[in-house]
Design a protein around this ligand. Structure first.
Ligand SMILES: C=C(O[C@@H]1C=C(C(=O)O)C=C[C@H]1O)C(=O)O
Length: 303
């Protein structure tokens, strides 16, 4: 005899049981997070600290995607975990995000911030990248969501990060990390900046600012990086003159580079007198790819 099909009530009863189990687990997770927050507060010695750990979040999201199965999309699961981790972060202490939003029509950074930091995190709009970053420097916001730098930018906000102070704000994440949600306007990319010590997630890219004398060519700069096995990509080439008269370049390299990495010392030596200064501005965990997220390649020209 064929087994009886479950009724709608049977299936809903199963869903109700699963929801109870899920909720119990979420309650337990929140209890552990509260302990993490207390531990972080005791380690920071009472100083006001930003508890976000983007590298740890990237590791969690990558593992989540790797072990996922079944019909629910990985992109949706990542979005759910982003909401969960941001809610956790708010349990540990105050957390808010200043977002570069020049006008109501340019809401791309807001959409990215909301997708990553969740709909309950306090987002504050600022008219320019410089103002959003200013909110972090003034302690009005924990982190800022800023446009990915381009050579054509009128205002190079990353120049405000040229500091040797270990507590200065740093680039710590890139958005979107998961799939793009519904967004307004043309798709944009952003960097997250905050007073957080950059950490390696295992698959990272680092951002370096290099100040050179005006005459140094792109190929000479690239050769010096390659000699140290640092494959450079120039995000911004030769804006200047800097305060000290040289030219500033924003360069991205694969991997995690801390300020005391000896490749930087050797790079400085290799560049010789043409080099004036090198700064590490932070790093970001490489975002999940469409292939990792199980998203089919888009047809050329389409979205
Ligand atoms: C719980 C932590 O704090 C935050 C919340 C996280 C989470 O919910 O898993 C992960 C990283 C942090 O941004 C942590 O640092 O482990």
């Amino acid at each position: 005899m064929a087994e009886a099909q479950p009724t709608l009530d049977d299936l809903r009863r199963q869903i109700d049981e699963i929801d109870i189990t899920l909720q119990e687990l979420i309650v337990r997770r929140a209890e552990v997070v509260t302990q993490v927050g207390a531990l972080k507060n005791s380690l920071s010695g009472g100083a006001r600290a930003v508890h976000m750990r983007p590298a740890r979040e990237a590791i969690i999201l990558r593992k989540l995607v790797e072990r996922h199965r079944g019909p629910l999309s990985k992109a949706t699961l990542v979005r759910m975990w982003c909401e969960l981790m941001s809610a956790s972060l708010r349990l540990e202490g105050s957390f808010s995000v200043a977002v570069c939003m020049p006008s109501a029509a340019e809401a791309g950074y807001w959409d990215l911030a909301r997708d990553y930091f969740g709909s309950m995190t306090h987002l504050v709009p600022r008219e320019s990248a410089r103002q959003a970053l200013g909110a972090v420097f003034d302690g009005e916001a924990s982190v800022a969501v800023l446009p990915m730098p381009q050579s054509t930018d009128g205002d190079h906000w990353w120049r405000l990060l040229l500091s040797r102070d270990a507590k200065a704000p740093r680039i710590v994440a890139r958005l979107p990390f998961g799939a793009r949600g519904s967004e307004r306007g043309a798709p944009v990319e952003a960097l997250v900046v905050g007073p957080i010590v950059p950490e390696a997630s295992g698959l990272d890219r680092s951002l370096i600012a290099v100040e050179t004398a005006a005459e140094l060519s792109r190929s000479a700069l690239a050769a010096a990086f390659k000699a140290e096995a640092l494959e450079p990509s120039f995000r911004v080439f030769g804006v200047g003159p800097a305060e000290t008269g040289g030219y500033l370049h924003l360069i991205e390299v694969p991997g995690f580079l801390s300020p005391d990495d000896n490749r930087l010392t050797r790079l400085a030596r290799g560049l010789g007198p043409a080099l004036q200064q090198v700064w590490t501005l932070g790093c970001y965990a490489e975002p999940l790819t469409d292939a990792e997220l199980g998203i089919a390649a888009k047809p050329k020209g389409g979205r």
